[in-house]
Design a protein. Structure first.
Length: 248
């Protein structure tokens, strides 16, 4: 099935039968990716009195309870409500789902004890004009990202200057294969989050950050149409399933 997406007077043809899923699925055990010092997600049959929600256990249906944290346990999309005192729901603020996107690959640079993504690196890597979404794949890029335990590992992150640069370019949706755009332990500074959502200016209510993606190595850098799929949670963040389509 073919489709045509129009963006700023330019048309992009995509094949809906060839989606490129860049999400990490959630599993209910210790092999699931994890961050922020909490237990792994759990998926288990609901139990109540003599009832066990499992066909194997004699129930008519499988009826599982799921415990997880969207920020810690897999691909999720968040809005400015993640860092504001006032409640904002990503479900209310993300109301468009197809965007012109670019995939770039960056090897974070070493600064003292940290690995970071700088404005200079972004400037060198970004080739698409008028893009609405940016997808960052970091190196090294292995399937270990599906199960990595990030707590206390000081993963790479974006410098504040890099986040401000993306705002200047007009990027509304930032996707990255790390647990956060900010340093794991920054004493609550959250410089990249705050810069991207412009908390000192006019809040970018329609801007989102998606973390914990995985962009396979056989997906080349370049221009795509992004379909940012998300579960309808009234929360600052929701599990999501970003899907790319190659443009023609």
């Amino acid at each position: 099935m073919k489709a045509t997406i129009k963006h700023r007077q330019q048309e992009y043809k995509i094949d809906l039968n060839r989606p490129l899923d860049i999400s990490i699925p959630l599993k209910g055990d210790v092999s699931n990716v994890n961050a922020w010092y909490i237990d792994h997600p759990k998926i288990a049959p609901h139990t109540e009195h003599d009832f066990v929600g499992s066909v194997k256990a004699g129930a008519s249906t499988n009826f599982n309870d799921i415990w997880f944290n969207p920020h810690a346990h897999g691909t999720h999309t968040e809005c400015v409500g993640h860092i504001t005192e006032e409640f904002y729901s990503v479900n209310q603020n993300l109301n468009k789902y197809f965007f012109l996107a670019e995939v770039i690959t960056i090897a974070p640079g070493k600064v003292q004890d940290d690995f970071v993504i700088s404005k200079h690196q972004l400037d060198n890597a970004i080739k698409t004009t008028g893009l609405e979404a940016l997808v960052i794949r970091t190196l090294p890029n292995t399937t270990a990202k599906f199960s990595k335990q990030y707590s206390n590992s000081n993963p790479p992150y974006l410098l504040e200057e890099a986040a401000r640069y993306l705002v200047d370019l007009g990027v509304k949706h930032l996707l990255i294969d790390l647990p956060s755009v900010d340093k794991e332990n920054d004493n609550g500074a959250l410089l990249a989050h705050k810069a991207f959502w412009d908390t000192q200016g006019s809040l970018r209510m329609d801007a989102t950050i998606t973390e914990f993606i995985y962009v396979a190595n056989d997906i080349p850098d370049g221009t795509y149409i992004l379909n940012l799929q998300m579960a309808s949670f009234e929360n600052d963040a929701s599990p999501s399933r970003p899907v790319l389509y190659q443009t023609k």
